[in-house]
Ligand binder design. Structure first.
Ligand SMILES: O=C(O)CCC(=O)C(=O)O
Length: 282
């Protein structure tokens, strides 16, 4: 069973997600779901107003990205990876410091986890099925056993995700085995790819080793999915980073500074090269 977070535990829209709304047992069961299934979904968790503002700010970034790098197509036809600038509206602690998400993250990749990625994946009309993949190589490719989690993706869409506009598909439990074994089980019909439909406000937390793929967006409307990466403190992923503009530093809480501590601080975002995350599938 995917652990679902049910609305009767839900804080009012616009209210902070305080711990008392999320009993420790619920956080524990969501954490356990990620350990067992490779993912969990928190329904109706983030403020839709905040995400609507993100969507508005994202649209010109996508257009600009396509104009500059549209011919790269390294994630497949009509599918784009766009880094989000760590400025308003995206540098919002109500999202990246969400108490519940951080509690689950801490239970999976440690209290001293780091935030290493803030970006989006967006299929458009004309996109296709991706090859089934993971987002990270195994820590120890020499042995056929998997390890406890070390890299998480916190995903949430900027539009409702339906079966028509390119739902992410994932095979439950495949983070616990080698990629070859996961592919064998898929081939044998022992596990299936499941499409994850999400409403604006829903959040998926996943172990990036779960075998998954993007699917075609058959609508005219782009389907942006945000990815915030949280890792164990010792994991270095040179392909991703978050450039922190110096003026933002004063606005960050101690916890945010700690989460972001291994990211580069830059004078301004204007003259910096952006993240190039080319090789994404393992
Ligand atoms: O956006 C999606 O649905 C999945 C994209 C993905 O897995 C990737 O590009 O690595």
């Amino acid at each position: 069973m995917t652990a679902l977070y049910h609305p009767h535990h839900q804080p009012q829209q616009g209210q902070p997600n305080l711990d008392q709304h999320y009993p420790a047992a619920l956080i524990q069961s969501l954490t356990q779901a990620v350990l067992q299934d490779g993912f969990c979904v928190l329904r109706n968790h983030f403020s839709r107003e905040i995400l609507q503002a993100w969507h508005q700010a994202f649209t010109p970034l996508l257009e600009d990205h396509i104009a500059r790098e549209g011919d790269r197509q390294n994630r497949g036809a009509e599918r784009y990876y766009v880094t989000l600038p760590f400025t308003a509206p995206f540098a919002n602690p109500k999202i990246f410091e969400d108490e519940v998400v951080l509690a689950i993250v801490a239970g999976l990749v440690g209290e001293d986890a780091v935030m290493c990625q803030l970006a989006t994946d967006t299929p458009l009309l004309g996109s296709d099925y991706q090859a089934i993949h993971r987002d990270a190589p195994p820590l120890f490719p020499e042995i056929p056993q998997e390890t406890p989690p070390f890299q998480l993706a916190v995903n949430f869409p900027l539009v409702d995700v339906t079966l028509e506009n390119g739902p992410f598909e994932v095979a439950r439990g495949t983070h616990l085995m080698t990629k070859e074994e996961g592919l064998r089980r898929l081939e044998a019909g022992e596990v299936q790819l499941e499409p994850i439909t999400l409403n604006l406000g829903d959040v998926m937390i996943r172990d990036v080793r779960g075998l998954h793929r993007g699917t075609p967006n058959r609508t005219q409307t782009p389907r942006p999915m945000v990815v915030i990466g949280y890792s164990r403190r010792w994991l270095f992923r040179p392909e991703v980073s978050i450039q922190i503009p110096h003026p933002m530093l004063d606005t960050l809480s101690d916890r945010a500074r700690h989460l972001l501590r291994f990211n580069p601080v830059v004078e301004s975002l204007n003259d910096q090269s952006t993240e190039i995350y080319q090789s994404y599938a393992y």
